[in-house]
Design a protein around this ligand. Structure first.
Ligand code: B12
Length: 438
């Protein structure tokens, strides 16, 4: 039996002006290309738990392509997509089902909206797939497929037991980086986060298993650039240090996402510097303290707000660039927030920046609150969950203010001159550091 695993990936933006601006901005364009060229770790993981009696293949369809789909010959497919492209996933699902292929849908969006997804599928999987997928395939063989499969709970899947993702299914020449996961979940509870609380907690993969996965990636690509597909890698600092020490022996370059507390631990930063870590992505969210109030239950970020500059210097001073993420459209953001973000970025040594629009993904606390306040521009706007399109009424500015402010901010922060200036500054910091060390 032939099993197809179909990733619906790629980036999408509706705001035409922003798309035009984006296409002429090298910084933005490069990041978009990076994003468009990462394989789905979720599906490579499912491939690894697919019993050997099945023949399994991994394919990507960033858009609906009837001819491409008709050229496939699978008996059953598993499809995964994020919210922004859920419409493409459903179109593909409907097309394949009309041709007699059994269609299973899963992943984050399906976990959040199973009732919607089930209208386009023979079965849907809500939650992590490792345990369910082999069971589901067995049910299908016996003609006993159920409509909805759910995990018993977040502890159902033990990351010590998941096999290495099937990187061998990839044509690695198509990618500029490969994903490896070390942890699921996050200790923070940000109102807008569409991931960390969805599966229900925080758990780590034993370090030796992470190294096994990195080696599996290296088996396909000798010196891969590894992107850790974690919500927040360094929550548990003791485990993090063991992890980073072990990664250092693998001679790879890597990137991950974490929170600003990483900068509070000089030992961890020193280990990171020696481990091949090239960049840390950190959600600063806003330079304005008031805008950070209430975005998560314990005001963790707003309490650390005054340490942002020091944190950036501490990390970058070790030769690791920081990719600082900012959200515009938060409730306390007024039309002057754009200038504030711009001057914050320009007055720090930040090398990379990502500015996105507050986005109420389905299933999030933010979605529920904005819906209750009557501030959603439409009930369902999944294809606009791109992080660049406005889907709600901001509290202290108009929709146009938010759109135009973002556009100007992007023009300023991603211009060739501004990027060159940031890069040169980073090189200077690294040079000074080497001088001090010698
Ligand atoms: C790595 C990552 C990326 C990578 C790789 C994406 C890819 N091609 O897979 C890159 C950098 C490219 C990326 C890009 C974007 N991302 Co991203 N990303 C993540 C991150 C940090 C980890 C995803 C991951 O690999 N997890 C590891 C795997 C093992 O888990 P998984 O995919 O969930 O799969 C498991 C289950 O879901 C299930 N499963 C998954 N698919 C299927 C299918 C079937 C059939 C079955 C049975 C089961 C199943 O089984 C798997 C094993 O348990 C998540 C956060 C998160 N925790 O999910 C954000 C996240 C998924 N990203 C998000 C967003 C918004 C984006 C962007 C839109 C941002 C942007 N504009 O730049 C783009 C969109 C890209 C796109 N359209 O494809 C949001 C998505 C919210 C949503 N509801 O859609 C998240 C949740 C971040 C957040 N906190 O809000 N991302």
């Amino acid at each position: 039996m032939r099993v197809g695993l179909i990733a619906v990936s790629g980036v999408r933006i509706y705001n035409d002006r922003l798309t035009r601006v984006g296409l002429t901005l090298p910084g933005f364009f490069e990041r978009a290309r990076t994003i468009a060229s990462m394989p789905s770790l979720g599906l490579l993981t499912l491939a690894a738990v697919t019993p050997e009696r099945f023949q399994v293949e991994y394919v990507e369809f960033p858009e609906f392509d009837a001819d491409g789909l008709d050229a496939l010959s699978f008996d059953i497919v598993g499809i995964s997509s994020f919210t922004a492209k859920s419409d493409v996933m459903y179109r593909i699902a409907d097309h394949l089902r009309a041709r007699g292929v059994t269609v299973i849908l899963g992943g984050l969006h399906v976990t959040l909206c199973p009732e919607e997804a089930v209208r386009h599928a023979d079965a849907v999987v809500a939650g992590e797939g490792e345990k369910i997928w082999p069971r589901l395939l067995a049910d299908w063989e016996q003609g006993k497929l159920k409509k909805v499969y759910r995990n018993a709970g977040f502890r159902d899947v033990d990351l010590a037991e998941t096999p290495a993702p099937r990187y061998d299914l990839l044509d690695v020449s198509r990618y500029n980086r490969l994903p490896v996961q070390t942890a699921r979940g996050c200790h923070l509870d940000c109102e807008f986060c569409a991931a960390s609380k969805i599966f229900g907690g925080y758990k780590v993969k034993p370090v030796d298993r992470v190294i096994r996965d990195i080696r599996a990636a290296k088996g396909r690509w000798r010196h891969p650039f590894i992107e850790l597909a974690d919500d927040n890698t360094f929550v548990n600092k003791r485990w993090s240090k063991d992890l980073v020490r072990a990664i250092a022996d693998e001679e790879i370059h890597w990137f991950t996402e974490t929170d600003v507390s990483v900068a509070d631990d000089p030992e961890l930063l020193d280990l990171l510097a020696r481990s091949g870590c090239r960049q840390l992505l950190i959600g600063f969210e806003s330079p304005r303290a008031a805008s950070l109030e209430g975005i998560e239950a314990h005001n963790w970020k707003s309490r650390r707000h005054d340490r942002y500059r020091r944190a950036i210097d501490a990390i970058q001073g070790r030769g690791i660039s920081v990719n600082g993420c900012f959200i515009v459209g938060l409730d306390e953001d007024t039309p002057d927030i754009f200038e504030e973000v711009e001057s914050f970025v320009k007055s720090t040594s930040l090398v990379e920046v990502q500015v996105t629009v507050l986005s109420p993904f389905p299933g999030t606390a933010l979605y529920r609150r904005l819906q209750a306040e009557g501030r959603l521009l439409a009930e369902k706007f999944w294809e606009r969950c791109t992080l660049f399109d406005v889907t709600f009424q901001p509290r202290r500015m108009s929709v146009e203010d938010l759109e135009q402010g973002l556009e100007h901010l992007m023009e300023s922060l991603y211009s060739a001159d501004e990027r060159r200036r940031r890069r040169l500054r980073f090189i200077e910091i690294a040079r000074n550091r080497r001088k001090e060390a010698s």
